[in-house]
Design a protein around this ligand. Structure first.
Ligand code: ADP
Ligand code: ZN
Length: 731
């Protein structure tokens, strides 16, 4: 047993994270990867053991503190994950400890000991089988156990047998008491109807043959398949092939609570070999699932972003479904991208990777064209079902002809026809917060949050204007505070407004609404989707959360209320996001036997992203978007790092930004310092410097150097610096 352990600890004000040597108390089972509680200064903090040793020179031993406790019996981290943190810290310019903390389930992060719930189980012994006890209850207990072999104490209690009886039988050697872990299983509520694999289509077969070919070298595939082309089936059969060899797979999905269907099909195919890891599980459930993965009991892990850290031992395959989704990038520390982590782990383990998407990110597609990934295509829907026709409606024309409703004439007519035919429709709005701002039609004044400087949103239920970054609210103004005019109205439409207008047009229909307001409680997503699937409503109105993965056979019409909210984001990926959004949303229509129809309303009908999505022409979009990005040196032609500075005093933030910019010197191209599009959030002013370069690694080194200098020279306290390598958005 080693006497000392290197423990890396979470201390917020350390500039760089460091590890410290601690004594291991007699009898404590600390191993590499253990999560422990240690004294640090006057506090107790959580730490992770990254190495064990006996070789601490005697003079260095004095004053060493002892580890206080193990916060978890099992080591939560594997040596591979510890190496990953080392690499990741350099790749994403974050601290190792933040990555390690993101890897472990929350139970291992707290300063408190967590264990799996233990159940006592009684098992009959050979002597017990022959025994003739005197007591009636003892006789009953042994009779039952002769039949069943073993039962838990609570099961025995069900037969009226008390723990006291069990203990006295144990004393006589007639039964053994063992502790068994009871696992909280998040899948217990899922229906389990075993489903056999369908006959593959010729294209699926071709794709799968490539993926399942025996090869010496692992490979990364880009599975570029239109919506409804049967990518999920390919994933499942690729996993099955690895399972036969005893190899584990990790499947990442953009947001698991929104994709119950994927979970159900995987569960039906693989049963108990599946573990699910995501943040909507309770702490206990997550811990138990984690243990099932670590112990090798579950070989197929499904989860959102953080499941990429699943502690599987024999990794054979990582699948990233909808690889272009921005949710794979964590938007807070540590700002890692799950795709990069997946590629690193695959390389370490000799595992294959499948990146699946109908609209691959520019980064991935470019890498694939350069030969980095093998491209596999599923160009058609299953059973040659046609992709729905996408119609673009020019909202400027509607305005000109006097239609001020949120529904164009084309969309309302299509809705009417759909409802007449007994079919369902989905109406889609881009994310809230950008949708319903209040604007004075006379002077153009927009109502903003005094703290966050973002447009306030009108809430129908309270009649108030609310800020979505902080708690600020104010009543709806009667007159414009800038010009005193009376034509101050909310502009654009929120989900509530669409619902209301819809009911005005079609008073007899049933409408379901799905947005952040109607889904605050656990399980509400599923409820809404389930009742829509069962046909309990005619129209589902929602934000982008309805755009993903769902497969509703009876939906024949999908409407995008306005494509402009996505197009007008102050972000270089706005075009890409719009293309992806329209394609995804269109993918929801016509999944059943009837063809689908998609109507997209916009004030920018000639935008290339809108047109390419209409024509389902990924290549055209890719070429056009590449041309624009190339000119500006944006990814994938260059790489970006965003340095965001924030503080409560604007002057200090600006001054500090310029100091940092000076340290970055002339070697890279800088944009800024400039105020962020979201200039102020929660009372903090935000300024940014965007650093552009052709190559990532030298850029990272240069920034690291500048930031170290900045840390030691920065006297102006109160300004926080956050570094985002390859940011998903610049808001
Ligand atoms: P994607 O993920 O590419 O959008 P899905 O995997 O959701 O597509 O597949 C669309 C539908 O086709 C699903 O209902 C799926 O069960 C079905 N499907 C997939 N493969 C086959 C097949 N070989 N034969 C019949 N149906 C299939
Ligand atoms: Zn605010």
């Amino acid at each position: 047993m080693a006497k000392f352990a290197e423990i890396i600890v979470k201390i917020h004000n350390l500039p760089d994270d460091r590890s410290f040597t601690y004594r291991i108390p007699e009898g404590m089972k600390v191993s590499v990867g253990s999560s422990v509680i240690v004294p640090f200064g006057k506090r107790r903090v959580t730490g992770y053991c990254i190495a064990l040793t006996n070789h601490v020179p005697p003079e260095a031993r004095t004053g060493l503190k002892e580890i206080e406790a193990l916060s978890c019996e099992l080591p939560l981290l594997t040596p591979e994950l510890i190496r990953l943190a080392e690499w990741g810290a350099g790749r994403f310019l974050c601290s190792r400890i933040d990555l390690l903390a993101a890897m472990v389930p929350p139970a291992g992060r707290k300063t408190g000991t967590h264990r799996a719930k233990l159940l006592k189980e009684a098992r009959i012994t050979a002597a017990g089988r022959e025994a003739l006890p005197r007591g009636k209850k003892q006789k009953l207990a042994l009779d039952i156990l002769r039949q069943t072999g073993s039962l838990t104490l609570s099961q025995l209690a069900g037969y009226g047998i008390s723990p006291a009886t069990v203990y006295s039988l144990e004393k006589k050697g007639w039964l053994l008491l063992e502790e068994k872990e009871s696992r909280r299983n998040p899948l217990v509520n899922l229906k389990r109807e075993p489903v056999a694999a369908p006959q593959l289509t010729p294209s699926q077969k071709q794709v799968l043959e490539e993926i399942n070919k025996d090869r010496k070298q692992a490979k990364t595939f880009l599975l570029h398949g239109v919506t409804g082309s049967g990518k999920t089936e390919v994933y499942m059969q690729a996993i099955a092939k690895r399972l036969q060899k005893g190899l584990a797979s990790i499947v990442l999905v953009p947001e698991i609570s929104l994709t119950p269907q994927i979970m159900e099909s995987f569960f039906a195919r693989f049963g108990d070999r599946i573990a699910i890891l995501h943040s909507r599980l309770s702490t206990g459930e997550r811990y138990d699932e984690w243990c099932r993965v670590a112990s090798g009991e579950a070989l197929v892990v499904i989860g959102a972003r953080s499941a990429v850290f699943a502690p599987v031992k024999r990794l054979g395959l990582i699948i990233i479904d909808e690889e272009h989704e921005s949710t794979y990038k964590q938007e807070e520390n540590p700002r890692y991208h799950a795709r990069d982590i997946a590629l690193w782990r695959a390389a370490e383990n000799g595992a294959d990777v499948i990146l699946g998407s109908a609209t691959p990110s520019l980064e991935t597609y470019t890498k694939a064209l350069q030969g980095g990934y093998q491209i596999l295509k599923l160009p058609k829907r299953i059973a040659d079902k046609p992709l729905p026709a996408v119609e673009i409606v020019d909202m400027r024309q509607e305005m000109k002809s006097g239609n001020r409703s949120v529904f164009s004439r084309t969309l309302s007519k299509a809705l009417w026809e759909t409802l007449q035919a007994g079919k369902q429709a989905m109406l889609f709005l881009n994310r809230r917060g950008y949708a319903t701002f209040v604007l004075c039609r006379e002077c153009g004044h927009v109502m903003r949050c005094p703290d966050c400087n973002v447009a306030l949103k009108f809430h129908n239920t309270t009649g108030n204007l609310c800020c979505h970054y902080c708690e600020y609210q104010e009543p709806y103004p009667k007159t414009c505070p800038a010009c005193g005019g009376i034509y101050i109205r909310y502009f654009g439409a929120g989900t509530q407004k669409v619902e209301k207008e819809l009911l005005r047009l079609f008073p007899a229909i049933k409408v379901l609404r799905m947005d952040a307001d109607t889904t605050t409680r656990k399980g509400q997503h599923q409820k809404i989707l389930e009742s829509f699937r069962k046909g309990k409503a005619d129209v589902l109105v929602g934000t982008q959360m309805i755009a993903k993965g769902h497969d509703f056979a009876n939906v024949t019409l999908v409407g995008v209320i306005t494509a402009d909210t996505a197009l007008n984001l102050p972000d270089f990926r706005a075009g890409e996001r719009t293309f992806q959004m329209i394609t995804q949303v269109a993918g929801r229509a016509g999944r059943g036997t009837d063809p689908g129809r998609v109507i997209v309303q916009t004030y920018n009908p000639d935008h290339y992203a809108v047109l390419a999505a209409k024509n389902n022409d990924y290549e055209a979009f890719y070429q056009e978007e590449c041309e624009r990005r190339r000119q500006l040196g944006y990814p994938p032609f260059g790489t970006l790092v965003r340095l965001l500075l924030s503080g409560t005093e604007e002057k200090t933030v600006i001054k500090t930004s310029y100091e940092l910019a000076a340290l970055l010197g002339g070697e890279s191209k800088l944009a800024g310092p400039s105020p962020c599009p979201l200039e102020k959030v929660r009372g903090r002013y935000r300024w940014q410097i965007v650093v552009l370069d052709n190559d990532l690694s030298p850029l990272l080194l240069r920034i690291k150097k500048a930031v170290n200098l900045f840390d030691s020279s920065s006297v102006s306290s109160g300004v926080r610096l956050s570094i985002d390598v390859e940011p998903q958005s610049l808001l």
